[in-house]
Design a binder for this molecule. Structure first.
Ligand code: SF4
Ligand code: SF4
Length: 191
């Protein structure tokens, strides 16, 4: 059959030498490589007993923040859901009733707020889009579950515990922290 290209190469079967036929030099060479790895720094760790340090800006599980008075900051504006490329966020907005000022910071709040962690790609765009500093990503990992439904995180899992607030200061630049001190901006006032 005629060759399609002129790049064909004739393969010659080379006879093995005496040492090659013994196989021992090749085995010893392989063992030398294996043993040399015993003395090199290990690339793996014994997880979960040993854990690596994460970068301060590692993007893990989300938290819905409360303000300094313990009221939920989220005002159900929907910007995070619009910004989310994975369409992982859903919410239902509700109007704050008289007497609920201590529960919700704004007149509108999210009565339902859900993130599907199976869809989320932890890009952090929801955090960037939020005008109320209500949603942040933390360094926590999403645990594994057996049921798909358990990966849909509602407010019961997302809103931070009043008595155990999540420190997100590491995720904010100095410029943002300075901006937050200025009460001339309505963003920084509770009224
Ligand atoms: S981290 Fe990204 S993918 Fe996940 S909910 Fe936020 S915007 Fe969506
Ligand atoms: S988390 Fe922020 S962006 Fe998302 S609905 Fe609440 S206030 Fe709006």
């Amino acid at each position: 059959m005629q060759s399609l290209t002129n790049r064909s190469k004739v393969v010659v079967k080379k006879e093995m030498s005496f040492w090659e036929k013994l196989y021992l030099p090749a085995i010893l060479g392989g063992l030398k490589i294996t043993i040399s790895h015993f003395f090199k720094k290990k690339a793996t760790i014994k997880y979960p007993e040993v854990k690596r340090d994460y970068a301060p800006v590692y993007r893990g599980l989300h938290v819905l923040k409360r303000d300094e008075n313990g009221a939920e900051r989220c005002t159900a504006c929907g910007l995070c859901a619009v910004a989310c490329p994975a369409e992982a966020i859903t919410m239902v907005a509700a109007e704050r009733k008289p007497g609920e000022e201590k529960l919700y910071r704004e007149e509108k709040y999210a009565s339902v707020y859900e993130i599907n962690m199976l869809r989320c790609i932890f890009c952090g765009l929801c955090e960037e889009a939020c005008p109320k500093e209500a949603i942040f990503l933390t360094d926590k990992l999403v645990p594994t579950f057996f049921e798909r439904g358990e990966f849909v995180y509602g407010k019961n899992k997302l809103v931070e515990d009043k008595d155990n607030p999540v420190d997100i200061s590491k995720r904010q630049t100095n410029a943002v922290l300075e901006f937050k001190k200025n009460k001339d901006f309505q963003h920084n006032r509770l009224d």
